[in-house]
Structures are given as C-alpha cells and as structure tokens.
Design a binder for this molecule. Structure first.
Ligand code: SF4
Length: 196
C-alpha cells in the first residue's frame, strides 16, 4: 500500500467530518448534496428595455413573474444589463443596477395628475383627458405665439413659448419621429436626456 500524503489525509478526514456532522444534524448527506438550487430566472419572462436615467441609454433585461393571462399582473423582480446591447455590453452603473427599487417605489407616479390653478391638491385624471388638455393648451399657445418671420422679414417659423422633453426609453426610430414632430411644430426648446 502506498504511503498517504498529508494533503490526501486532510482531504479524507475533512470529508468524513462533514458527512458525520450532517448525519448528526439529521441530514442525509447523499440527498442533501444531490439537491441543486433552482436558478431564480428559470420561469421568468425576459423583456428588453432601455435604462431611463441618463444619456448613456444602457440596454437592460427585465425579468418578471406572471403568465400574462388576462387579469394576471406581472411582477418584475430582477433587472440586469443586456450583454447583447452595444452601448453597455451587460454592464450597469449603480443607478441602473437599482432600477428594480425604482419600479416598486411607493412614490412612483404611474397615472396623469392635474393640479388646478390655485389648488394645493393633485387630482387623478384619465390619459384621454390629459392628452386632450395638453393638445388644447399647445394649440392655444402656438396660435398666440408662433413667429413666421423675424424683424428682418426672414422666414423663421418658430415657436419659442413651449418646450418638450422626450423620454429616453425609446428606440432610435421613435426618437427620430419625436424629433420630426417637435420640429415640424416649430419647437426649438426640445431635449431628451438619452439623446437617442
Ligand atoms: S445604467 Fe447608469 S450609465 Fe447606463 S443609462 Fe442607466 S444611469 Fe446611465
């Protein structure tokens, strides 16, 4: 019989000690060691999106539970960087890495709200009412303040009394169309924190 090295001796006695300790605690080592922890994203639905925070516009993967059946509510429980996205290649800064808390924040605004002049209270309104109100106010302001020609008689077609801030979680195509709509109205004050 060959002589046992110190390393082999420690390995055998260590394994035996772990096995006997588990047995004393009521576990069967054979069954416990065969159990593999289930991957937490196995049954999740994966959705691609863009981080809404800054001009870098990193790609994200959002994982949610819920089978999308009628009346079933999906619940996003994990977000990570999209490894296939050319901007961030799977990475996220601490702000983007904390997005799941932003989604579930109690103070997150999810519906349009309106505060009447002189009131100290916000009231919930429908999306239709909000969009109608925005469209009416834009038209009234544009009709009153649109500048077709400047003082020298040059055609300028500009509207300087209203501005627009677009969302960053948009594709290049949506960003392009949003830009066209804003400029065709004559808006000059137009920005987007992601500049997509
Ligand atoms: S993950 Fe960070 S760097 Fe990327 S878009 Fe979001 S806030 Fe900007």
């Amino acid at each position: 019989m060959s002589e046992m090295t110190r390393r082999q001796f420690l390995k055998i006695t260590g394994t035996t000690l772990v096995g006997s300790s588990l047995a004393l605690m009521g576990f069967s080592p054979g069954v416990a060691l065969a159990e593999v922890r289930e991957y937490k994203l196995t049954r999740a639905t994966e959705t691609r999106n863009t981080c809404p925070y800054c001009s870098v516009a990193c790609g994200i993967l959002m994982y949610s539970l819920g089978d999308r059946a009628k009346n079933a509510q999906s619940n996003i429980f994990h977000i990570e960087g999209d490894p296939d996205h050319p901007v961030n290649r799977g990475t996220l800064c601490p702000k983007g890495a904390g997005l799941v808390d932003f989604i579930h924040s109690e103070s997150r605004l999810k519906v349009p709200e309106y505060r009447a002049p002189g009131s100290d209270k916000w009231q919930r309104i429908s999306w239709n009412d909000a969009l109608d109100r925005i469209a009416k106010l834009m038209k009234a302001d544009r009709d009153a303040n649109f500048v077709a020609k400047n003082a020298d008689g040059l055609t300028v077609n500009r509207w300087l009394t209203t501005g627009m801030l677009a969302a960053s979680a948009s594709s290049n195509e949506v960003g392009y169309l949003t830009h066209k709509v804003a400029r065709s109205l004559g808006l000059l004050a137009f920005d987007n924190q992601a500049r997509v």
